[in-house]
Design a protein around this ligand. Sequence first.
Ligand code: THU
Length: 130
Amino acid sequence: MSDHNTLLAAARAARENAHAPYSNFRVGAALRAKSGVVYTGCNVENSTYGLTVCAERVAIFKAISEGERGFDAIAVVTDTDQLTPPCGACRQIIWEFCGDVDIILGNLKGKSETHRTSTLFPKPFDSSFL
Ligand code: THU
């Protein structure tokens, strides 16, 4: 789908900005807001390791801090044969802000697949429990 390819291209470009000197695992993400604007992120590592923030959360927090609410899809790109799914923390954040959206995984060789938040993150905890 061309929408998905646009997001994958944006994630691929964002990956170039990854700050990943510790893992050397560079990740790019791109998030489409319902407004049509695409927000990108890369992983930003830290020498204390634990302060590292994943590409997906960087993209989502950038969008939220710009006032966006409501999203259609997020793409994640790495340079791996096995496509990289979001970590557990990012799945929780994707559920909180994006809900059940397309999560498009891609690599630099052009391989891609699309999942839904609800399949990658079944039975989430959210505000409905509070
Ligand atoms: N990472 C992401 O940015 N997103 C993912 O979906 C998986 C992991 C980052 C965190 C860390 O900088 C590096 O990849 C290795 O875990």
